[in-house]
Ligand binder design. Structure first.
Ligand SMILES: [Zn+2]
Length: 471
């Protein structure tokens, strides 16, 4: 990551525009005003081998990124962040300088009905994009509706909950999931007695991890466009259900997309209770980290009680509406085959598989995340599948429990699902640590040219494991 792929852009005109926007907020503007100026944002490379040194760094409550390069891990923050790390004895060197947000809003940033055209009446919402081609929340949802309308024999869309802002009557979004299969009676029901095994793919629980939402979008199209065309896809949809949540955290993505061509690096949800003074930078922002909020070993490694922290875990386990809705959906899809105890195995005939996509480190992770010193009862099978996934992904990918290759993390969605129901659960950290297509905001061309060719066979492999992952 030696090259500076971003340049610092903070023109006077931008500041004036931002000031004007703050004085006269447009309809649908967030209630919380963002700061109009800030110093540059850095990605620091910090020498922190796995173990006590990493734990010490995590205890500083910084924005530690989901990437590791040998003994180095990466921390995002401002000048003061670097001062703090050096004061604590860490060798922290600036690895990248990120472009300052320009506070240019996308044309639309409030929820609209899927069938509505844009204000100009020119484009359907499905074509609403930002930063070179990434779909907005509206576009993702319009896509789901369009697929279900075009192929009712293959696709069903559900609303499984509401975002925090929507529950507070502050804009916000529904939470949506699509089920894709060759629909026979009883298929795509929200019941654990449904006849076909399930693969649940989830994207953008961390809003700023843009690649994940795009992979979900392509996976949906790949499935519906290739049924009856590609035998492997036809067979898959005849025998299994493919569930996809393209955006698990739509309020967060709404904040990200308001940056337009300089997307905001918002990671958490939109719950700003107690966080309205956090600002909106990469290292300090309101919201709850939905991937630290789940009620499995809640409050442990890599979580924070600081509301502005990137890993703020919320006021209690499962405090967030997005977390509870996801867990209720998962309980409706996957039968409980595990029982209690950290080392109790789920039954060998357990069905179903879950992949939650993140960025970036080229890693395949599996439980337990809360403590890499503890093995699940299904460790051998999970580890073997993780090895296969990493091998399919190709050079540069590794696999392991989070604490073996990245850092321990508790209250995550994959730990929760395995913990509660025994479902085979994986995290994919998509994207290299450095060079072309690294970072949270890869150029959109990376999606077609770099990521999708690797992800498509990984997804087909995972989907094929839905029937009997522990067999
Ligand atoms: Zn993430």
């Amino acid at each position: 990551m030696s090259q500076n792929r971003y340049s610092l852009v903070a023109t006077a005109a931008t500041a004036i525009l931002a000031a004007a926007l703050l004085l006269t907020p447009a309809p649908g503007s967030p209630v919380t005003a963002a700061p109009i100026s800030q110093g540059p944002t850095y990605v620091y490379r910090v020498n922190a081998p796995l173990g006590p040194t990493t734990d010490k760094l995590l205890a500083l409550d910084l924005d530690v990124l989901e990437g590791r390069d040998g003994n180095d891990i990466f921390v995002m923050g401002d000048h003061a962040t670097g001062v703090r790390m050096r004061a604590a004895g860490f060798a922290a060197v600036i690895d990248q300088v990120l472009e300052a947000p320009q506070w240019t809003p996308v044309v639309r940033r409030w929820q609209a009905d899927d069938a509505t055209l844009t204000a100009e009446g020119l484009q359907p919402l499905a074509e609403e994009t930002f930063y070179g081609g990434y779909r907005t929340v509206n576009a993702q949802y319009a896509h789901l509706a369009a697929v279900a309308a075009a192929r009712p024999d293959l696709a069903t869309v559900y609303t499984y909950g509401q975002s925090w802002r929507k529950t507070m009557n502050r804009g916000g979004y529904d939470l949506r999931v699509i089920c894709i299969t060759k629909i026979n009676p009883g298929d795509c029901a929200r019941s654990t007695s449904a006849p076909k095994p399930r693969f649940l793919l989830m994207a953008q629980i961390h809003a700023r991890e843009l690649t994940t939402g795009d992979v979900a979008y392509r996976w949906i199209d790949y499935l519906v466009n290739n049924y009856g065309v590609v035998p492997a896809v036809t067979n898959l949809l005849n025998t299994a259900e493919m569930w996809v949540i393209p955006i698990a955290n739509p309020d967060g993505v709404d904040i990200v997309q308001q940056g337009g061509n300089s997307p905001f690096l918002h990671r958490k949800n939109g719950d700003d209770v107690g966080g309205t003074n956090c600002g909106e930078t990469s290292s300090s922002q309101p919201g709850v980290d939905l991937n630290r909020n789940a009620g499995s070993h809640y409050g442990g490694a890599s979580t924070s009680t600081n509301r502005c922290s990137q890993t703020y875990r919320g006021t209690a386990a499962d405090s967030e509406t997005e977390t509870r809705a996801l867990e209720a959906l998962q309980r409706s899809l996957f039968a409980d085959t595990r029982g209690s105890g950290d080392s109790t195995a789920a039954a060998a005939n357990t069905k179903g598989i879950f992949v939650t996509m993140h960025s970036y480190a080229n890693l395949v992770l599996f439980p337990w995340g809360f403590n890499s010193g503890v093995r699940t009862g299904n460790d051998a099978k999970l580890r073997a599948m993780g090895q296969q996934m990493a091998a399919i992904a190709g050079s540069g990918w590794r696999y392991g429990q989070p604490g073996q290759v990245l850092y321990n993390a508790s209250g995550t969605s994959d730990d929760w699902l395995y913990d509660q129901l025994g479902t085979a659960s994986f995290t994919w950290e998509i994207g290299p640590n450095s060079g072309s297509c690294s970072g949270f905001l890869p150029a959109y061309s990376c999606q077609t040219g770099t990521f999708w060719p690797r992800l498509q066979p990984m997804l087909m492999y995972a989907a094929g494991k839905a029937a009997a992952p522990y067999a």
